[in-house]
Design a protein around this ligand. Structure first.
Ligand code: PEP
Length: 250
């Protein structure tokens, strides 16, 4: 019932030429978009070009961040209106690297989530715990607190358009993956939290990705977990062959 979604997060990698080459390599090879949704979240300077190359075909193009205001005196920022104008239909919101290095808070995540939904951009909202929080048994409380804060004043209908990415911070770019059971359990907690907010029927429609050192050889067992509907992938999304394999397994 929930269509799997594989999203690549390129972070601050690639030149424009390399990004174009990636699209040339994967376009036409991506599995049936009716069966799996694929997105590349590229650096801002590439979005216009990649959205033009994509022309509505897979993989779609997403941003890695956005501001919540439509326009204004916010030097260095990019608005949802500007993204939409370029043909960008997805945006990662609240990635742990932005929470750590760029003052992203639960409040700004909420503002951005509402702004994205208001402009027809599908938000991929990231939540996850640090290693310390996990070791102290605070994973579930941290993650459901982040979900509740992100969805303040978000309607049921809007919530259904949202994708949540559970990304344990200790598993991002480290080569350490949560076991599929650990990841599945936290994704179940997220779905239960959504159920508290919106009821079970809505919670059952919202897609939840796992992210953290996902690779072609571990994605299968992660997706076998009933509450994991896709993956947010950093390192392994940079290589066209590996991205294609992730999409094929999904
Ligand atoms: C990410 O950037 O969100 C991520 C999960 O990175 P990686 O797959 O490299 O761990």
């Amino acid at each position: 019932m929930r269509k799997p979604i594989i999203a690549g997060n390129w972070k601050m990698h690639k030149t424009l030429g390399e990004a174009e080459q990636f699209y040339a390599d994967v376009q036409g090879e991506i599995p049936d978009p009716a069966k799996v949704e694929t997105v590349i979240c590229a650096p801002y300077p590439f979005l216009y070009r990649l959205a033009g190359l994509s022309e509505g075909k897979a993989p779609s193009v997403g941003a890695q961040n956005m501001h919540w205001e439509d326009a204004g005196a916010f030097t260095g920022e990019v608005s949802p209106v500007q993204l939409k104008d370029l043909g960008v239909n997805y945006a990662i919101i609240g990635h742990s690297e932005r929470r750590e290095y760029s003052n992203e808070t639960d409040e700004t995540v909420n503002l951005k989530l509402k702004a994205a939904l208001g402009h027809g951009i599908i938000p991929i909202v990231c939540v996850g715990e640090t290693l310390e929080e996990r070791e102290e048994g605070r994973t579930e409380a941290k993650v459901s607190g982040q979900v509740k804060a992100a969805f303040v004043e978000v309607s049921r209908g809007e919530a259904e358009q949202t994708v949540i990415a559970y990304e344990p911070i200790w598993a991002i770019g480290t080569g350490k993956t949560a076991t599929s059971e650990e990841a599945g359990a936290v994704c179940r907690t997220i779905r239960n939290t959504l159920g508290e907010l919106y009821g079970g029927e809505t919670a059952a429609k919202i897609r939840i990705q796992y992210g953290g050192s996902v690779k072609p050889d571990n994605i299968g067992e992660l997706l076998a977990q009933p509450d994991i509907d896709g993956a947010l992938v950093g390192g392994a999304s940079l290589d066209p062959e590996s991205f294609l394999r992730l999409a094929e397994v999904a």
